[in-house]
Design a protein around this ligand. Structure first.
Ligand SMILES: Cc1cc2nc3c(=O)[nH]c(=O)nc-3n(C[C@H](O)[C@H](O)[C@H](O)COP(=O)(O)OP(=O)(O)OC[C@H]3O[C@@H](n4cnc5c(N)ncnc54)[C@H](O)[C@@H]3O)c2cc1C
Length: 461
């Protein structure tokens, strides 16, 4: 790659091309996960579709590794690449709500908080995740689970249309009627098929929710986990509530007597009034010991989505392991509790996100995301601010996962994987859809230009 070619590329952009010698390079290359330290050769901060087309063409013609960065939250840092070109979409942040159709157009650099902020003004929301700083792009293309999933499905179940720059430079719109095969693959297949430059979502009426965390002491965890498991399938779908094994943060406003203690928590949002929400939760609460604290209250939906933000600033060390879970027998619960007790830090956690309700009403082959018959998506995350803890986080995450995996399904949510999964994990995660994904990949990206991702190789001709 000559300096001249790079200069010509830089001049072709409305956005900025950042090089290792630039003063903003260190900041621009930093990822959400502080455990990942990648040094791209170039970072193209795109501001429009023309910039993206130019960047894809440059990478293709120069034979460079190419990464696509939306929110930069990906666990193994797949929004960046060593010695390659990063298409950084973080400046493309427009959101346009159409209140008549209750649809939302979202640029690829938006975080879920950006979209929540825009839709909340209209009393609407799109189902995204549980941390507002997460990028919409990567979350959506992997599937997307959050508080509204039981009621309205995965994020991809609310995706109506996308604009995409393909590997050969073409710009296409994909939907159920245009390039339906590409649209099918993008709903779960990640960044394998092109650079998405615009998302159109169906939003839903959501404004104030009865929401928050309820914490119990670790000794109550067996009872709470068993009761939650049995309660959830009969709970109304307006209740989106996950369960976790965590540590009470040693800070205000948490009750001082619980600081730093292991705990079991349910965290959720009921999309309705407090009076209804209390009634809905009553069968759960009457079966379990009194909680250490119950902070369910009526709050704006974006506040709920931002609840975790202060605990998880950019730059912490993260090690992720996931699995889809079909059932949670008592023996699995015991194993979870024993493993969680050895967490190497206060922030480390295990969460089980419900996969039921509206998600189960979509056919397994309707989108690339295949785990429609799972009951939970599990994540184990070793998290700490100290880089010296990285090995301990990995050791704990792997050990915990090894202990519980025999109870779980073969695959996992691709957005809860690092880059150290065993062979066959991706196939297991996509199940019967894997073969079709490889065929669509062969059609739209036959040379595997987009391979910095949970990679699906093109099917052989
Ligand atoms: C604190 C935290 C909380 C989370 N909570 C949830 C949750 O509640 N629910 C959930 O489902 N997930 C959750 N996740 C996982 C999240 O979905 C993934 O980390 C996801 O990859 C983040 O997307 P991003 O755009 O921020 O990532 P990036 O690192 O920017 O991108 C990740 C990958 O997505 C692809 N990509 C990004 N933008 C584009 C684009 N425009 N076109 C094509 N491909 C693209 C690329 O392949 C890239 O490698 C969470 C992650 C974190 C760190």
């Amino acid at each position: 790659m000559s300096d001249q070619a790079t200069d010509t590329f830089a001049r072709s952009l409305r956005g900025k091309l950042i090089r290792p010698t630039d003063s903003d390079y260190e900041d621009a290359r930093a990822l959400y996960n502080g455990m990942i330290d990648k040094r791209p050769r170039l970072i193209a901060r795109c501001v429009n579709v023309a910039d993206v087309i130019a960047a894809v063409a440059f990478a293709r013609e120069e034979g460079m590794l190419l990464a696509i960065r939306g929110g930069g939250h990906n666990g193994p840092g797949l929004g960046s690449v060593d010695d390659g070109l990063v298409i950084d979409l973080s400046l493309m942040k427009s959101v346009r709500v159409d209140p008549r159709t209750q649809t939302v157009r979202v640029d690829p650099g938006c975080t879920s908080g950006d979209v929540d902020h825009a839709t909340h003004a209209f009393g609407l929301a799109v189902p995204f995740g549980i941390v507002s700083t997460t990028g919409v792009a990567g979350l959506t293309l992997g599937g997307g689970t959050g508080y509204l999933t039981r009621q309205h499905g995965l994020t991809i179940d609310n995706l109506l249309e996308v604009d995409v720059v393909l590997a050969d430079g073409r710009f296409v719109t994909a939907s159920e009627t245009e390039h339906p095969d590409l649209f099918w693959a993008l709903r779960g297949g990640g960044g394998n098929f092109g650079v998405v430059t615009s998302f159109k979502f169906q939003a839903h009426p959501v404004k104030m929710v009865f929401a928050g965390p309820i914490f119990w002491e670790a000794t109550d965890a067996p009872s709470v986990m068993r009761t939650y498991r049995d309660f959830l399938p009969n709970a109304p779908e307006e209740l989106g509530m996950f369960i976790g094994l965590k540590t009470v943060p040693p800070m205000d406003p948490f009750p001082r007597e619980h600081w730093g203690k292991r705990a079991c928590a349910v965290i959720g949002a009921y999309n309705g009034s407090a009076a209804e929400g209390e009634k809905v939760l009553a069968p759960l609460l009457k079966e379990v010991p009194p909680p250490a604290f119950n902070w369910m209250s009526t709050i704006p939906f974006p506040a709920m989505n931002g609840l975790f933000d202060p605990f998880f600033p950019k730059g912490l060390q993260w090690y992720w392991k996931g699995d889809y879970v079909k059932s949670l027998p008592d023996e699995a619960i015991e194993t979870h509790i024993a493993q969680a007790a050895n967490a190497p830090s206060n922030l480390s956690l295990m969460h089980l996100y419900p996969i039921d309700g509206a998600v189960h009403r979509v056919a397994k082959d309707a989108t690339a995301w295949n785990a429609r018959d799972a009951t939970f998506s599990m994540v184990i995350a070793g998290i700490d601010s100290d880089p010296n803890q990285a090995d301990a986080l990995k050791r704990w995450g792997r050990g915990y996962w090894n202990a519980v995996h025999p109870f779980n399904l073969g695959g996992a949510y691709v957005n809860f994987m690092m880059d150290d999964e065993a062979d066959g994990r991706l196939q297991a995660s996509y199940g019967d859809n894997f073969g079709r994904l490889a065929l669509v990949k062969a059609q739209y990206d036959p040379t595997n230009l987009f391979r910095v991702n949970q990679n699906i190789e093109p099917a052989l001709a």
